[in-house]
Structure formats: structure tokens, C-alpha cells
Design a protein. Structure first.
Lengths: 834, 122
């Protein structure tokens, strides 16, 4: 495509580029000079494949500042100790203002730095020490600093402490890396935030904290009784909240001073001088006081996100920015005419860029599972208000338009579709998809609100406030609905369920008896015996993950401590607890992410058909072939690939098995309980875990060999195996209940950009979306970039830096993902609509 | 040995190096014959700090003394580190380092992307 054109992108007009659907070049030519400058100035913080980009360095200023005060306050309550350390960081970390920028706040001491949270996991600390390329110069000196830090934190981190409390068998199997991923500490997880509460301003929260401390101190002077004993622990927690809130205000004021200094003494451009003074005024106002306009609301929001990430990784970014900032946009642009639409678009575009540039070190498994990005920052757009009316506003449109201009891969959007969404907003969604962003993913709001009520009992008005907690799972943003610590460790490598059922619970890849001994499959009488073994392995796998995560959650306030998050959580402020303490009213909103899920249905169907129904092969032959990784059994393997039923073709033979598997998991999800005594439903999706796990899952009866990429996830059919068209895919996916059979279900679809051009293309897509909604599916996302472009990008990556693809629950720049992942995306079936 | 005790030894082996002061010298030291260069050694996928499992030996094996002990049966594989001395291990089998870089995510079977292993690639 791009390479074959006669005129280069620089010579071509915008119209020519549009006609050639070279949207990345269109964006470069149509965005403002400010956005172009800021976009091109961003350091790439997501890993390229599994490695960080050249020039990216680990930040050593942050941990050294932190440990100075941490050690000084050794022996104090963990929240208080951490609050002192964080305040010292916020008061002293170097700050800077990028040319042309209007939104302040940065995580780390320099633009090319990535930070990490050394109090979480010693293994990650050691990994950083061992990592190639990210050690700052002079390397010898940096290694000495890192070794000293690691020596101090070794054995003291949250996961080190947890590993000593966990059942040792659980600890070893969990950390084998074979059955799931993640870390059961809030050092590495993420939180929902209630901006209705936070936007009161830090000063108002501080007043509330002060009032509660005074009340409590009075009680402590009263009659001795068991009731007053817990109050002694609350006071240091409130004190910790005070310390970080005050430090947060001072951090903003540092930016105000810097902006004012630049304006008054250094800036020669009068227009930029005005901007710097406005920045100073903004940072003097927020987060201390409530925002009054769009710049202040965006700035307040960003400060909160930055401060949160000084406290912990926050690997996802649960957010609903159109809903939060919409009223300020309306006031500035529509009512007061303080801002033009273009000026507002600059602010919104910068908001996306500021988010995109956030970089936090991720261990190798996370980088490989989330290639090209730092975390799953899926922002929620659209949806309804608590009363059920349409929540879309001008900011919804502004974010979609800005996304097409800045083309960042992170954050991405998930759009809450409902029947009242206006056509103009749907067109904006479609334009983003048509421009090849891979987002927004489309979410079925009525289904997901019902799902949230069904699984956790959230009141419907609360459920309607939901945001994507990570890639996919809805979580309310209310006082009791907010989740302080979604545990990424409850992420299951589901293909192991069928693998273990076929190997008596043994894992030949990690050389360990992992699951229960469910018997030699050669002795199974019929398919029901095999299915029974699968159920036992599924229950075992989920149990170990949920047990680990539950314990991690309950122990987090003791092992990690969250002063800042607690200070912005209404229920924590009210009760003087750590935000992660599940006893403070948290309703619970846990789920098990199911990677590599569909392999189970396809594998079970293949064995049912060939071994038990048709008796074409014996179980002995199948196991021999699997143990040989299909080597020497190629003809048989192709039979299993081509002639066994495959999910996604509206074939009841395999679809019924998929439904049966899901219903078994649903039953078990209600037996598993979180610390708030709520359920643990399954959420099949993958990010790029299908590549990460490729060498960890052995040969399977769907014809896959050890080392082959797994399916791209959720309930998406295997790449190239959905041969009956898009409606058949939707029909398969519509055979189970998206409310009661699981938490949410990711569906990847590739569409043809040629077919979907122009108005006709929009109408075709809209008709497809109607079928999707009528069938009650909860999710679908699209790749709409043709093979020619992707292949051209493989050959000439420099030229295609802004080509984006949907990987799974997130998007990435195509050039930032590994060759294996690139090929896996190209291999996906391109569906023709209509 | 109870179930708990059996797994406790595996857990202790897995967590053992953490919390012990090691400094730069120990961390940089990689013997010429080490687990990380053995094709029987499987780097753990949960973290990439250099922990792994032997695909032949089981927990209870001891390969550091002049007279190693080899346990070939059991539930858990021997946990070792990339820079552990394997010169006494008769199961050591030098592997060709295929993916020393990590960019292609050919993990973890053939990956040895640790900075300290670079000297063996030059």
C-alpha cells in the first residue's frame, strides 16, 4: 500500500492520503503544531517486543529519595512510614516543563526514565539489576546503587512476606509461571477512583481527616473499653493521609513556581508566557481546591494519576474522562466561550500524550504479555448516567477526535454502547476504528450493567457508573464500588486445564506435578471421564490463584500500605483504614482473567469427535502424538486442525462444549469467594499472553504444537479457523448468556478497510453492530488495517511508526510488537460484512 | 515428610537468595559452566531475575559438591539460578544460545537475556 504509491506521504495532499487510507500520515498533517511537537517528543516507554527501547533508563533518583526517609521512619506503621517517604520524594524529585505543554506532572526524574516500585517484589528488583540496556551511565556506579537497594529490600517486599505466609505448595506452583501471571500485592495492581469525591479538592479532604482525628482523639481520652482499642491504629493512618495530601499540594505548587519563574525570567514568546502563567495559576489551584475549568479539571485528574503512580505501579488506568471532564468542557467551550473547540482539542490531545508517556518498569512476563505498552490503560467512554439516561457529551466526541490526531496506543478507549447513543457519536467511534486505531472496543452497556448486578449485587444506579477496571471488566466508581486493588494475579493460563487433564495433572514443561492426579486418560471409559478430569483441573487451577490473591489482598495493608490511595478513597477516609482493607465496606468486584481459553473447547471437541464418537484414533495415539509434540504425526495433526470442529463457525458440536465449560466455571465462580464474600467469575481475554505462553503450553489436541502462538484470546476463534463468516462468529458467541455465564468475553474481529470505506462502510458496520447487540454479546473490537500495510510496516518500521493494531484487550503500535505477534495478527481472518 | 514440609523445601530454595546481602560482586559472577548455559535449565516464566527449574533433576538434588546427589523422581523440579555453578553436574549439557536478546519473545525455553550472560555471546 504505502510503498507502492507514486507520491510520498510528504508530497501528498491530505485528501490523497485519506483516499489511500494512510491515516497515520493524515494525522501528522492535520494535528496542531503543538500536538505534533508533543507527540513526536514522547519517549517510547512500552517494550518493543520484550525489551525496552534504546535510551530508556531506570530511574535511580526516586528510590534513593524514598529510602532516605523510609529508613529514618523504620518501625512506624507502614502507611505512615510510606507517607513520610513519598512526601520526601514529591518535595525533592526533579521536575521539568516540556516546551508547548499545558498539563504538568511526571513520574520519574527525567523524560526518558521509567520508575519501579521496589517494595513490591524482590524478583523484579533483581530483574532490573540483571536487565540489559536500562542501567543508567555510569553503569558501574548505578549497579552499586541497585545492588545496595536490592540488598536492603530482599526479603522485605510485599511478595517476599506473602510467600512466607502462603501454603508452600501454593507459593511454588503459583510462582512457577506456568498456570497464571501477576503479583498478589497492590504494588503491581490498579485502582478505580471516584472523582466525584476527589474533585472536592485535597484541602476539603484534609479538613475531613482533621475532623475525624479530633473526634477519635476525644474518644481515646474517654472510658476505657474494647471499642476504643482499634482507634489507636486509625490515627497513624489518618496522619499518613494528611502527609501525602499536603505533599501532593506542594508537588503541584512546585510546578506553579517553575512555570511562573519561566514566564517571568526566561520565556521570550508572549503567547507562551501567558500559557506559563495560566499553568502556574492552575497548579496553585489544583489539586488543593476544586477545578473551575477544563484545564484545571484535566490537570487535577493528571496530578491524581501521577501521585498514584508514585505510590504504586497502577498497571491499568480505570477512568471515564468524558464523564468527568464533560461539564468543564461544556462550560468553557459552549457556555463561557473561554476556549475554542481547537484549543480544547489541544488540551484533550495533550491529555492522551501525557498519559501515553507514563513509563513504569514491568517484568519480562508482563512486557511480553503487554507488548508495546506500559499497562492496560483502557479509558471508558459513553455509557449512561446513574439514572439511565445517555451520558455521552462533547468530551466523548473530543476524545475520539483527539485520538485520531495523536494516535497513541495507550490509553485506548472502550465505548459503552447503549440503544440511546446518538448517531453522531457512533460515527465518531466508527471513524476511530476505520482509521485503524483498533479502539474504541465496543461494550454492550445494558448487558454489562446487568452482569455487574448479577455477579456482585451492586445496586443498578451504582453499576451504571462502571469503568473498565483493566482491559475488560466493569467496576463502579462509587464509595463502596471502587476497587483499590484489582489483583492481576488471578489470571489463569486456561490451556493448562486441558493439558493437565490429559497428563494426570503433570506439567512436562516445568517438570512438576501441578494439578491433582485425575487419572491416566488411556483408562477413561468415555468422554464424560475426560470432561470430569477437565473440571477437576479447572477447579484446582482457579482455586490456587484465588487463594493466593485473596491472601494478598487481605495482607496488603500490612505488607505494602497505601497512604495516597486511602486519602482519596471516601470509605477509607471515613473509617481510618487502608483503602485495600476489604473490611471497610468494599463490595468486592473480583474476577479471574482467562487467558488461552478457547483451546479448551476446541481440544475437547477434537477428542470427543475423533476418539470417542468416530473412534478414528485411540487415546493412546493422541497422547503419543502430543508427547512427541506432533513430530512424526503431521498427517494426523492436520486432520485435527482441519477436520475437528472449531469454535466460531456456528457449529453446535463444539459450541455446546464451550457453553458446557463456561457453565461449569460459572458454578465454580460462585463457590470461590473474595475477602468481601463476593464471587469470582471468569473473564476470558488474552492481551498478548498468547505469545508469552506459547512456549509454556505443550502440544494440544486442536493441532497446536509447543511453541506455536496460542489463540488471540477471549472467545475469539483461532486465527484463520473461523471459516463461515462474521455472522457465524457472532452466532457462536451468542449461544451463551453474557450476563450469567461469565464476567465479560473478549472478541477480536478483523474487517476489511476497503469494504468499510465511505458511508456504505459505516452502514455495513452499523448493521453488524445491530446483530451483535441483538445477540446479547458484551464486547467486540476491530482491526481494520490491511495485510499490505502491515507487511509494509514489517519491512520498513521507521516509516510506519504510528500504525496501530488491536492486539487483544489493548492496542499497540504495530512496530512495537514482536514478529511472532505481528504474524499472529496478520493471520487473523479478515471478515467481509454484508 | 509431610506435604507441607516437602513443598517448603522447594519454596525455600526458590526464595533463598532473596534477603541475603550479595553486593555487586556476587551478582556479576557467572561461572563458565553454569545452569544458565545448560539446555536442561528452564528459565522461570514468573520472573526473569534468573530463577529457573531443571528439566531433569528434582528437588533434593545437590549439584555443588564434588559428589553430587541426583534425585530423578518427585513432584517438583530442582530450582536453581542462572549463575549457579554446574561444573560438577553430570547432566549439564551446553546449549546454543538462540534468543539472547529477548526482543522476539521466544521465551523462555531458549532465552538467556540477562545482562551478565552477554559476555558469553561476544
Amino acid at each position: 500500500m504505502g510503498q507502492s504509491t507514486a507520491r510520498t506521504e510528504k508530497e501528498s495532499s491530505v485528501e490523497e492520503l485519506k483516499n489511500r487510507r494512510e491515516w497515520w500520515f493524515v494525522a501528522e498533517k492535520t494535528r496542531s503544531k503543538r500536538l505534533d511537537y508533543l507527540r513526536k517528543g514522547v519517549w517510547k516507554k512500552g517494550a518493543i517486543g520484550g525489551n525496552y527501547a534504546p535510551g530508556i533508563k531506570i530511574d535511580l533518583t526516586f528510590p534513593q529519595l524514598f529510602i532516605d526517609k523510609w529508613q529514618e521512619h523504620e518501625g512506624e506503621a507502614i502507611m505512615l512510614q510510606k507517607a513520610h517517604a513519598l512526601a520526601h520524594v514529591l518535595d525533592n524529585i526533579p521536575i521539568f516543563i516540556t516546551d508547548n505543554s499545558q498539563i504538568m506532572g511526571y513520574i520519574g526524574s527525567a523524560p526518558h526514565n521509567i520508575v519501579w516500585h521496589w517494595q513490591g517484589i524482590s524478583m523484579v528488583n533483581e530483574e532490573i539489576y540483571n536487565e540489559e540496556g536500562i542501567i543508567p551511565e555510569p553503569e558501574e556506579e548505578s549497579l552499586e546503587i541497585l545492588a545496595n537497594l536490592n540488598d536492603y529490600w530482599g526479603g522485605r517486599t510485599a511478595v517476599d512476606k506473602l510467600a512466607r505466609v502462603l501454603d508452600p505448595e501454593d507459593a511454588v506452583k503459583f510462582m512457577s509461571g506456568a498456570i497464571g501471571w501477576g503479583t498478589p500485592t497492590s504494588a503491581a495492581t490498579y485502582s478505580t477512583k471516584d472523582f466525584d469525591y476527589i474533585f472536592k479538592g485535597f484541602e476539603a479532604i484534609l479538613a475531613e481527616v482533621e475532623e475525624r482525628m479530633e473526634e477519635t482523639e476525644e474518644k481515646l481520652q474517654g472510658n476505657p473499653s474494647p471499642e476504643i482499642l482499634p482507634l489507636y491504629d486509625k490515627l497513624p493512618r489518618w496522619e499518613a493521609m494528611q502527609i501525602v495530601l499536603e505533599a501532593g499540594i506542594r508537588y503541584a505548587e512546585r510546578y506553579a513556581r517553575l512555570a511562573r519563574t519561566l514566564a517571568e525570567h526566561f520565556e521570550s514568546d508572549p503567547e507562551r508566557r501567558e500559557e506559563l502563567l495560566r499553568i502556574a495559576e492552575t497548579c496553585e489551584r489544583v489539586p488543593a481546591k476544586p477545578p473551575r475549568n477544563l484545564q484545571e479539571s484535566l490537570q487535577f485528574d493528571h496530578f491524581v494519576q501521577v501521585l498514584s503512580r508514585y505510590e504504586t505501579f497502577e498497571g491499568a488506568w480505570p477512568h471515564r474522562p468524558d464523564y468527568i471532564h464533560g461539564p468543564y468542557y461544556d462550560k468553557d467551550v459552549n457556555q463561557d466561550k473561554r476556549l475554542s473547540k481547537e484549543e480544547a482539542l489541544d488540551l484533550v490531545g495533550e491529555h492522551l500524550i501525557r498519559t501515553h508517556e507514563v513509563g513504569i518498569f514491568a517484568p519480562k512476563w508482563a512486557r511480553e504479555g503487554l507488548q508495546g505498552i506500559t499497562g492496560t490503560w483502557v479509558w471508558t467512554m459513553g455509557g449512561v448516567k446513574p439514572d439511565g439516561s445517555d451520558a455521552c457529551n462533547d468530551m466523548t466526541v473530543a476524545y475520539m477526535q483527539a485520538a485520531r490526531l495523536v494516535r497513541v496506543s495507550n490509553p485506548t478507549f472502550g465505548f459503552r454502547w447503549h440503544p440511546k447513543v446518538k448517531d453522531e457519536v457512533m460515527r465518531e467511534c466508527f471513524e476511530c476504528i476505520r482509521h485503524g486505531l483498533g479502539y474504541p472496543s465496543m461494550r454492550n452497556d445494558p448487558v454489562l450493567v446487568a452482569n455487574t448486578v448479577h455477579w456482585y449485587g451492586h445496586p443498578v444506579e451504582e453499576a451504571r457508573t462502571w469503568v473498565h477496571q483493566a482491559c475488560m471488566s466493569p467496576c463502579p466508581t462509587t464509595k463502596y464500588g471502587c476497587q483499590p486493588m484489582r489483583m492481576a494475579s488471578a489470571t489463569a493460563n486456561c490451556a493448562k486445564m486441558i493439558e493437565y487433564a490429559l497428563h494426570d495433572g503433570y506439567d512436562p514443561v516445568v517438570n512438576m506435578q501441578m494439578g491433582p492426579k485425575t487419572g491416566d486418560p488411556r483408562e477413561f471409559k468415555d468422554f464424560e471421564d475426560l470432561f470430569g478430569a477437565w473440571v477437576k483441573q479447572m477447579e484446582w487451577l482457579r482455586n490456587i490463584l484465588v487463594r493466593t490473591v485473596n491472601l494478598g489482598r487481605v495482607k496488603d495493608p500490612e505488607f505494602f500500605g497505601r497512604p495516597f490511595l486511602s486519602a482519596i478513597y471516601e470509605r477509607a477516609v471515613e473509617t481510618g483504614t487502608d483503602a485495600c482493607d476489604p473490611s471497610n465496606g468494599d463490595r468486592g468486584n473480583a474476577w479471574v482473567t482467562g487467558f488461552t481459553w478457547v483451546e479448551n473447547a476446541d481440544s475437547l471437541a477434537a477428542i470427543k469427535k475423533f476418539v470417542y464418537d468416530e473412534k478414528k484414533y485411540t487415546m493412546d495415539e493422541v497422547l503419543d502424538a502430543l508427547n512427541a509434540n506432533w513430530v512424526g504425526y503431521e498427517e494426523m495433526r492436520l486432520d485435527f486442525v482441519k477436520n475437528a470442529p472449531k469454535w466460531g463457525n456456528d457449529d453446535d458440536y463444539v459450541d455446546d462444549l464451550m457453553v458446557r465449560c463456561l457453565r461449569e466455571v460459572s458454578r465454580h465462580s460462585k463457590e470461590n469467594r473474595c475477602p468481601s464474600n463476593n464471587t469470582w467469575p471468569l473473564l476470558p481475554e488474552n492481551v498478548s499472553g498468547n505469545i508469552h505462553y506459547a512456549n509454556l503450553v505443550g502440544a494440544l489436541p486442536n493441532g497446536r504444537r509447543l511453541g506455536d502462538a496460542l489463540y488471540d484470546g477471549g472467545i475469539s476463534p483461532g486465527p484463520g479457523l473461523d471459516k463461515k463468516g462474521p455472522t457465524a462468529v457472532l452466532k457462536s458467541c451468542g449461544k451463551f448468556d453474557h450476563v450469567t455465564d461469565g464476567r465479560a468475553f473478549l472478541l477480536n474481529q478483523r474487517l476489511s478497510p476497503t469494504q468499510l470505506s465511505g458511508e456504505k462502510g459505516y452502514q455495513l458496520w452499523k448493521a453488524y453492530m445491530k446483530t451483535w447487540a441483538d445477540l446479547g454479546l458484551d464486547h467486540v473490537q476491530f482491526n481494520m488495517v490491511d495485510d499490505a500495510t502491515l507487511r509494509a510496516a514489517q519491512k520498513d518500521p521507521e516509516k510506519y511508526q504510528e500504525v496501530i493494531v488491536r492486539v487483544a484487550g489493548y492496542s499497540a503500535h504495530f512496530v512495537d510488537i514482536s514478529r511472532k505477534t505481528q504474524d499472529n495478527i496478520i493471520q487473523r481472518t479478515v471478515q467481509g460484512l454484508g | 515428610m509431610s506435604r507441607r514440609d516437602k513443598w517448603k523445601s522447594a519454596r525455600d530454595a526458590m526464595m533463598a537468595p532473596l534477603g541475603k546481602t550479595k553486593g555487586v560482586k556476587t551478582r556479576e559472577s557467572v561461572p563458565e559452566v553454569c545452569c544458565g548455559k545448560c539446555e536442561m535449565w528452564f528459565e522461570n516464566a514468573y520472573s526473569s531475575e534468573g530463577r529457573g527449574t531443571c528439566r531433569v533433576l528434582k528437588m533434593g538434588s545437590e549439584i555443588h559438591s564434588d559428589k553430587p546427589t541426583y534425585v530423578l523422581e518427585g513432584d517438583a523440579g530442582l530450582i536453581s539460578y542462572f549463575n549457579m555453578d554446574a561444573s560438577h553436574c553430570s547432566y549439564f549439557s551446553k546449549m546454543e544460545l538462540i534468543d539472547t536478546d529477548g526482543t522476539e519473545c521466544s521465551d523462555p525455553l531458549f532465552r538467556r537475556a540477562l545482562r551478565q550472560m552477554k559476555k558469553f555471546n561476544e
